[in-house]
Design a protein around this ligand. Sequence first.
Ligand SMILES: [Zn+2]
Length: 132
Amino acid sequence: MSNRLLLLSDRRAQIAARIFACVEVVHTGYIDPKTGLPSACHLWCGADSGTGRGGGYPRMKLNDRTVAVHIVSFTNAHGYVPANKQIDHMCRQRRCVNDEHLEMVSHRENQKRRDIARGLVPKRKRKKRVRA
Ligand SMILES: [Zn+2]
């Protein structure tokens, strides 16, 4: 391995360790679709994005910038996230930073999954009302 790659993997390990130092490992009922087995969430215990719209997402300081921890966790494990993609919590836990519970999806797919999780049927699948 070249020195540069070695440094990069050190950096990744450091970031992963920093994140893991600030989580609570909790079984929330999430079943890993690949294994069919329960998989524990890594719930962030640090700062978050507040209680407003888009609130409740984990935040941390990295290189003097405030960043979303679940995105850092995903990027650290799986690579770069393009600007037109979002990171979905398959476990539906906003505070979870377990990279195995995160998936890169389009904004549209993310909204669809959120609506399904909230029990809302996507608009185009709603039955048309029949007028009496
Ligand atoms: Zn999770």
